[in-house]
Design a protein around this ligand. Structure first.
Ligand SMILES: Cc1cc2nc3c(=O)[nH]c(=O)nc-3n(C[C@H](O)[C@H](O)[C@H](O)COP(=O)(O)O)c2cc1C
Length: 200
């Protein structure tokens, strides 16, 4: 059915987006965590991600000066900490301690990964772009860590087990049931049935 559209003031209304915990640290200093919804995959070869931060964030200068950040995906069990790390500043509080999160060392990085999160992407900053309200950090993914609990029998990652959370303009959502898979619209009926049965 075709929609009837009303025109709105231009705004960043892309949705849904992830909500991730980004860990950062300067060498030899206490690590911090900042919650980020404006993050994305921007390249596959080399693998790259972005995070977009207001310059006022305590984490902003840490990431700028250390040249690195670690994106920690948020599963349902990590949601309370994710929200907390998005409303409290590392200027006033040690978020690892306050949320009882484990700082897991990552080789070649001053920042630790978060032990309780299902997967992390450790990135080295390749460029910073001043956009206006936010600065965009582009980073090359140098290391990936995934919880052993997510590795299936075929050696692949079972993302369903991660119970990842989506963020939609102020509200966190559980990911719902699988509706299809890459290429399902053109898949042969037998393939479609077999794959969909597996996804349920
Ligand atoms: C769900 C959620 C998403 C957020 N996304 C962003 C974001 O993309 N960029 C940003 O600069 N701040 C974002 N924030 C706000 C920061 O996480 C928040 O200001 C935090 O307290 C900054 O911590 P810091 O001062 O320790 O760096 C978000 C907060 C929440 C709760």
């Amino acid at each position: 059915m075709k929609n009837q559209f009303v025109s709105l003031k231009p705004g960043a209304l892309l949705a849904p987006v992830p909500a991730v915990m980004v860990s950062c640290a300067l060498p030899g200093e206490k690590p911090n965590i900042v919650t980020v919804a404006w993050t994305g995959t921007v390249n596959s070869d080399p693998p790259m991600c972005s995070v977009s931060l207001r310059t006022s964030r305590y984490s902003h200068d840490i990431i700028r000066d250390s040249g690195e950040f670690i994106i920690n995906l948020c599963g349902e069990e990590n949601l309370r900490a994710t929200d907390f790390c998005g409303v409290k500043s590392g200027r006033e509080i040690d978020k690892f301690a306050a949320c009882q999160l484990t700082a897991v060392p990552v080789e070649g990085f001053a920042a630790p990964a978060i032990g309780e999160c299902p997967l992390y992407l450790a990135c080295k900053v390749t460029s910073v772009q001043e956009l206006g309200s936010h600065n965009l950090f582009l980073g090359e993914i140098k290391q990936v860590g995934v919880s052993k609990a997510l590795i299936g029998e075929d050696g692949g990652i079972d993302f369903g087990k991660a119970k990842l959370v989506a963020y939609n303009h102020g509200v966190y959502y559980q990911l719902g049931k699988a509706l299809g898979f890459f290429g399902y619209s053109v898949a042969a009926p037998d393939v479609l049935e077999r794959r969909m049965a597996k996804l349920k």
